[in-house]
Design a protein around this ligand. Structure first.
Ligand code: SAH
Length: 325
């Protein structure tokens, strides 16, 4: 048993069962604070780590929206949970070439990932909450950020808790699960309120479903494979599917505008990922096969193309970004 798991068991022994939300919160805080989880040698690979094309198209979509908004000079590039900083670096290349000269603000709580981001985006400024972002128009991105925020689970009217048994941790009840994520909704509400007040646009990219529905979507991933959620607490990534129905309601309640939900496949195709791959392959013929494989991985129906969804939130006075028509 790891010291982290021992601590969790002692906490449950002293304070009683903890909610699924508290379990996920404790595990992910520890997990992200103690490692770089990304890439082939880590636990999972995100879209920007698959290919530079992903971040470049994010940058192109933001640059287009910013230009149509009149190129406000005080706008910021902001990213939530930027991982290794790969997406930010690729998106900023395109934004800079479109004339965007604004500051870069990253929201990150992990010291390990902060250090990696500082190598990819040395001129960035860091914050530990969305609240701390400066009051300026935002060009905001959150890729696989919302899924890491904890969920509460309910069976009927009873909240599901985690208990400690002699053999390990376990749920206190089973049945038809309904999930709710107040932390996720709060994050979305804060983004939407900022966009309404200061202007800007936010791209929310994550795996999840369009409509709220019952179901247990809590999952653990370690070494690129699913694992039981109580297997190695704090040593594996815990996520749940983002309920984009709940996200939409939070955005609308805050008075921000919202695009239709697109699958990652639809969105990247509308942003012409095929043309981008062809341009890169023409310049680097030896990379043609790798680029084709990356397009397939990002857009393939049985890969990341359909499970991942993209939604944009924007200030009512800002134009709708491309890719959602
Ligand atoms: N967006 C990156 C990384 C996704 S992993 C990519 O696409 O590659 C999740 C990211 O969110 C990590 O950077 C993690 O440290 C960060 N994170 C998780 N919970 C957070 C929280 N509560 N506040 C800020 N960042 C958080």
């Amino acid at each position: 048993m790891t010291p982290f798991e021992r601590g969790l068991r002692e906490r449950i022994a002293t304070d009683g069962p903890i909610t699924v939300e508290a379990y996920m919160d404790a595990c992910n805080s520890y997990y992200y604070a103690t490692r770089d989880p990304l890439g082939a040698r880590g636990d999972f690979t995100t879209a920007p780590e698959v290919s530079q094309m992903f971040g470049e198209l994010v940058g192109a979509a933001l640059a287009d929206c910013w230009t149509r908004a009149g190129s406000p000079a005080d706008a910021l590039y902001a990213e939530l949970g930027p991982g290794r900083g790969t997406l930010a670096a690729d998106a900023l290349k395109v934004l800079r070439s479109a004339g965007f000269a604004g500051e870069v603000h990253l929201v990150e709580t992990s010291p390990v990932l902060h250090d990696l981001q500082a190598r990819s985006v040395p001129d960035a400024q860091w914050h530990d909450s969305i609240h701390a972002l400066p009051d300026r128009p935002l060009l905001l991105v959150a890729n696989e950020f919302l899924d890491a925020l904890p969920v509460r689970q309910f069976v009927g009217v009873s909240e599901r808790h985690v208990i400690s048994l002699s053999g390990g941790l376990a749920f206190d009840r089973d049945g038809e699960i309904v999930e709710r994520s107040p932390q996720r909704e709060a994050a979305v509400r804060q983004i939407a309120q900022r966009l309404v007040r200061d202007g800007g646009v936010g791209l929310l990219i994550d795996y999840g479903h369009e409509r709220s529905a019952p179901g247990d979507t809590l999952q653990a991933v370690r070494g690129h494979a699913f694992a039981p959620v109580f297997d190695k607490p704090g040593e594996q990534d815990l996520t749940s599917h983002v309920d984009f129905g709940a996200v939409s309601r939070a955005v609308t309640a805050a008075g921000a505008s919202l695009t239709a939900l697109a699958t990652q496949r639809e969105w990247l195709n509308r942003l012409s990922i095929g043309a981008r791959a062809a341009t890169l392959a023409n310049a680097n013929p030896e990379r043609a096969a790798e680029l084709a494989a990356a397009v397939q991985r990002l857009t393939g129906r049985d890969r990341m193309g359909e499970l991942f969804k993209v939604m944009a939130v924007h200030a009512p006075q800002w134009p709708e970004p491309a890719g959602f028509a």
